[in-house]
Design a protein around this ligand. Sequence first.
Ligand SMILES: *Cc1c(COP(=O)(O)O)cnc(C)c1O
Length: 484
Amino acid sequence: MIIDDKKLIFELPETGGRRQYIPEGERLTKDLEAWYGQDKMRDELDFPNLSEIQVIRHYTNLSAKNYGVENGPYPLGSCTMKYNPKVNEDVTAMPKFAGLHPMQPCPTVQGTLKVMHDHELALCDLTGMDRFTFQPAAGAHGELTGILLIHAYHLDKGDEKRKYMLIPDSAHGTNPASAVMAGFKVREVKSNPSGEVDIEDLKAKLDDEVAGMMLTNPNTLGIFDPNTAEIAKLVHEAGGLMYYDGANLNPIMMHVRPGDMGYDVVHLNVHKTLSTPHGGGGPGAGPVGCKEFLAPYLPYPVLTEEDGQYYWDYDRPKSYGRVRSFYGPIAVYLRSHAFMLANGVEGLADAAEAAVANANYLYYSLKDLYDTSSDNPVMHEFVFSGDRQAKQGCTTMDLAKRMIDYGIHPPTVYFPLTVHEAMMVEPTDTETKEGLDKIVHTFKEIAKEVETNPELLHEAPHHTPVRRPDEVKAAKDLVLKYTK
Ligand SMILES: *Cc1c(COP(=O)(O)O)cnc(C)c1O
């Protein structure tokens, strides 16, 4: 259902006065008219005839309908919606960074290249890898980049029969999608009842056609898989490589490193672990790190230092090519580097612990009211099943919609697919005690409402301009252009 304040700017009453603040004789208007032709400018630029204050009110009110981590709790599991500190923005806005052009010759951008170089060293320290590429523009893009690296490695060794990528059934949906985009077929590995990789099933799926395994740890159920070293050993013995989906590095950073757990390639989601902005489609970054033996295959150019001078090395005969233009989303890396420097080793280790403590605070405050997906201790996130509530007539969708009325962002719902009526909750390290208590209060109240007033949930949310959009239609049938 749509209520009336959802009007587009083209639908507002045209009260005139569009040019009230741009006097007719203004130079800009004149130049434009001269260049474009006065009539054309009037006809083709079909701006609504509104006054400045109408426009400002329209956009200010629209912005107030948005909900972000700067409004309140945002426990969207798997997405790690942590707060992006303002100092990150200050650094990125410094004119010496903001004014750069990607085609400037290297000698004129030495400062920025040094920051990139330092950031590469910092990410190597964080992950236990030897080299990084900064090209990938998102986590999923990083996965594709890393899987192509594994592909290039096997091909270079003349090992062409390895066409399978092993992926656990609890994996994030981007993992199988990336493996298929890189030309592999997926072999699914089952989870055991505790949510860990089922070692017997893994053994059954390993052979000399396996190129590698994609794994995230802690996994998407928020469980740390204690068998990673054994898994890596088994995959390596079969000639495969280990890919670490680093989207879940946040709760273990500076405590344990993928490179020490047996992984050969990683991608990081700097927007999840290192606080860069997030949501709304970007800007993102998904840097990919690898062990030295894979470095020759990395996308070119590769940042190189010689005698204190930095330059981009294009002479990489084994590289499989580029995955993005220019150097990668550098403004994002300025933010992640600022975050690492501001926190230092101890600060990052503390953030990891806070992510785990906050998730456990929620988990143990609520686990009697909702069904749980595993008995293992949780890390940075956990999955409840809404089965109990569904049996009483309120689905997970109803619960999530009702949470909006309480002023929090709902958790991720119906994912992972291995859990019925799933609700995946991740408060992140930056959530406050007050925010955590608001989440607890909301989940408790809603569990009560399921018993006392289920109708309230069926009709929720009650106070938003759009209430229950058709999500499939919204995703598949994008309307990007206004037509009268
Ligand atoms: C978020 C996430 C991804 C995908 O990252 P994007 O930056 O959204 O493309 C991949 N794997 C896991 C486990 C994730 O949580």
